[in-house]
Design a protein around this ligand. Sequence first.
Ligand SMILES: Cc1ncc(COP(=O)(O)O)c(C=O)c1O
Length: 477
Amino acid sequence: MTTPGPDESETREALAAAAQWVATYLQESHRYPVLSTIRPGQIAQSLAQHPPEHGERLEKLLRDVDTLIMPGITHWNHPGFFAYFGITGSAPGVMGEFIAAALNVNAMLWRTSPAATELEQRTLRWVAQMMGLPDTFFGEILDTASSSTFCALAAAREAAGLDIRNRGMAGRSDLPPLAIYTSSEAHSSVDKAAIALGFGRDFTRRIEVDDAYRMRPDRLSQAIESDLAKGIRPIAVVATTGTTSTTSVDPVRAIADICQQHDLWLHVDAAYGGSAAIVPELRWVLEGCERADSLVTNPHKWMLTPIDCSLLYTRHPDALKRAFSLVADYLATDDGDVTNLMDYGLALGRRFRSLKLWFVIRAYGRSGIAHIIERHVALANELATQIDDTPGWERLAPTPLSTVCFRHVPPSLKDADAHNQAIVNKVNASGEVFVSSTKLRGSFAIRLAIGNASTRRQHVQRAWELLQKAAAETSSP
Ligand SMILES: Cc1ncc(COP(=O)(O)O)c(C=O)c1O
C-alpha cells in the first residue's frame, strides 16, 4: 500500500495554488460582501455529514473553500470593515503563518527550537523600542489579550506573597477577600481573569470614569481606601490605554502613583492602543506605562499581524514564573541559562508566532506601520468633524485614536436607540460596510472603528454617505 496523503508533486502544485489563492484574496477582499449574508445553520447544512473514508485531492479542498466556506466568511480584510477593532491579515504576516505551520515547532522549551525562543525575545525587544517601552521589560507572545491579562493578574496574585500557588484560596482563615480595580469601561477580559483566578466578580471594582470615559484616580483611591478599611486586600489595578468602546486612555501616571502608594501591581491593557505609540505624535498613549508592572498589547489588532498574536510585557518575569513554572520530569533539560517559555504561562505548547511578527516589522518597517496608523487616526478625525458639523448627528465621545462613537438624533425623535439600531442594520445589509455599536451612559451608540490597512478615505466617506442615507430612509419611531 502506498503512503496515505498527498505525494510530493500534488503537494507542490497545491501549495503553489494556495499561495496564488491567498495573493488574489488579499487583493480582492473588497469584492465580497463584508458581512456574511448567510442564515444560521446554512454552512453546516452544506458540509458532509461524515468524514471521508479515503483521502481527497488537495485541489478539491481548495475549490471547496470557494464554494462551501467563503459564503460564510465575514471579511475582516475588507476596507469597509469598521466593526469592533479592524485588523489586517497582511501578506508578510500570512507568509510567516504559512512557514511557521510548515516548521510546526512547539516552542515550549529553548531546545525544542532555539530560533523560536530567541526570535520571540528579539521581536519583543523591537516592539518595545518602537513603542518606547523600557528595555528592562521581559516579554512573551501569547494568543490573546485575555490570556495575557489572566497571566499578568496571576503574577500579581503571586507577587502579593500569599502562597496561593501552594495553599490555594479555599478555607484559609488567614486570607482576606482579594480585590482588583479597573474602570467601568475596561474590557470584560478583566472580569474573566478575576473569575478564573478566584478574586470573584464582586471583588472586581469597576471605578467610575470622567466625561471622556477615563478612569478617575480620585475614585480609585477612595475605593482602595474603603476596601482597606473593611479588611479587604487590594491586589492589582488594571488601567486601559484604548478602551474598547471609545478608545479612551486612562491617566496611567496618576494611577501608577496610587499603585505605588499602596504597593499594588499595575497592569496596563494596551491591547488596541499600544500600537498607536509607534507614531511619535501618539507616544502619549503609553505615558506612565514605563511604571507598569505588566502591559499587554496586541499586534493582531492594529499592527498588521494575523490573529493571534498578543504581547505580554512585565518588569517581574520572576513573579510570572513563580505563578506558572512547573517542570515535570519529562520536560527537564540541562541547557543551562536559557529561557524556557513554557515557564511563563498556562499553556505548555506554544506556536511559533514571532515569525509572522518579525516578517511584518521587517516588511513594513517602523515608519510603514506608523504611516498606516497615522492615516487611520486622520480619517477618524475627519469623520468626527463631519459628524460635529452635520445637524441631527451627535458624537457621543471624544475621538483620541481611530474609533468614532456617534448617533443620529433628529428633532422630535422618540426612541433614539431603536432608530440608530435600525440605521446600523440597514447600513450593514448593504454589504459595503460593517459597523458595530456600543452603549455609552446607557445610550445606543454607532461605533465606527478604522483599522484595516486597505481602508482609504473613500471607504470611510462611503460609510458616512450610507449612514446618512439610512438615517433619512429610517422613519423615526
Ligand atoms: C481593550 C481590550 N482589551 C482586551 C481585549 C481582548 O482581546 P483578545 O481578543 O485578544 O482577548 C480587547 C478586544 O477587543 C480590547 O479591546
